[in-house]
Design a protein around this ligand. Structure first.
Ligand code: FAD
Ligand code: FES
Length: 290
């Protein structure tokens, strides 16, 4: 997969929800080969400031014919704050497309569930757009989106997906919008009682969400891919900083690692040693709802 570095022009910047911004980038060298689930490293140094490391962001929406992509960003630290303050007309250094994207279904009769926790909606939106334009064109009712956040102010509006016919269930931890509870509560409420499971499930969200979801799907016959997060310094396999403990199919006791930037970020949860990942939850996370 060709990896390109280019100066991408910021065409638009919009505040979409509390602490959440959507940037439209003109990146005509990167966008044509980009796929849903892949990501870009964006260098976010402001002029005159110490250069900050590049930060990873998933493709939120891809507009290939125009060389445009959108990224959705949640402000958590210096890098995302600087990026959220960038004005249209300025440029950022971008490297991509990086990593392994989602494996899209090939059949329109598959029921596909999307589970998005907070900013985890970012990569799932690109995949939803893709399926609405390809396999599931004419069958949007087979696409089910579960989208949860801590409260209503953190939800981005997804009216166009509802208008397109995607089945959407919103949940908030505090009950200020949609169903009260976690996004996993909403998934379980619908599917625990069902005699038929969805064919596929795609998920992105906080580590606690992914751990609990991985536990839920393990006992069910569903094909699953998750877009996973880890700390990334380089994004290209050079620093080994993004390692996650992995299952070795030949020796379950062996210590193996997957590198999220190259083996992922989209991975089959069965490949991860979730029991070893769990202690990482004690670390401060990007946000409780990510
Ligand atoms: C493949 C991938 C795709 C991503 N896509 C998006 C996206 O589409 N939108 C979005 O808003 N964010 C996304 N992120 C997360 C985003 O890259 C981080 O929020 C960003 O790097 C934080 O940079 P910062 O300089 O603002 O914060 P920093 O100052 O670097 O960090 C602030 C705090 O967040 C913690 N932190 C930073 N990055 C991570 C991480 N990856 N995992 C856990 N904790 C972290 C730090 O330990 C610290 O406590 C993605 C991450 C990965 C790995
Ligand atoms: S981020 Fe450097 S190896 Fe993955």
């Amino acid at each position: 997969m060709p990896r390109v570095q280019e100066k991408a022009k910021i065409l638009e910047s919009h505040k979409e929800a509390e602490g959440t911004y959507r940037l439209v980038l003109y990146a005509p060298k990167i966008v044509p080969t980009a796929r849903p689930g892949q990501f870009v490293m964006v260098r976010v140094a402001s002029e005159g400031a110490d250069p900050l490391l590049a930060r990873p962001f998933s493709f939120h929406r891809l507009h290939k014919e125009d060389g445009l992509c959108e990224i959705l960003l949640r402000v958590v630290g210096a890098g995302t704050r600087l990026l959220s303050q960038r004005q249209p007309g300025s440029s950022v250094d971008v490297v991509g497309p990086l990593g392994r994207g989602f494996t899209a279904p090939t059949r329109s009769d598959e029921t596909v569930v999307f589970v998005a926790g907070g900013i985890g909606i970012a990569p799932l939106r690109a995949l939803l757009d893709h399926l609405l334009a390809t396999t599931h064109k004419g069958h949007p009712e087979r696409l089910h989106l579960y989208y949860g956040a801590r409260s209503a102010s953190e939800l981005i509006a997804l009216h166009d997906l509802k208008r397109a016919g995607v089945v959407s269930v919103v949940s908030t931890d505090d009950g200020s919008a949609g169903e009260r509870g976690t996004v996993l509560d909403a998934v379980q409420k619908r599917w625990n009682a069902s005699s038929q499971m969805p064919n596929r499930l795609y998920a992105c969200g906080s580590l606690p969400m992914q751990v609990n979801l991985a536990r839920w799907v393990r006992r069910r016959d569903i094909w699953v891919e998750m877009s996973l997060e880890s700390m990334m310094a380089c994004g290209i396999g050079a620093c080994l900083g993004c390692a996650l403990p992995a299952v070795d199919p030949e020796d379950p006791q062996a210590q193996r690692y997957l590198h999220v930037c190259q083996d992922g970020p989209v991975l089959d949860p069965k490949r991860i040693r979730w029991d070893k990942v769990q202690p990482l939850i004690a670390r401060p996370l990007i946000s409780a709802s990510l």
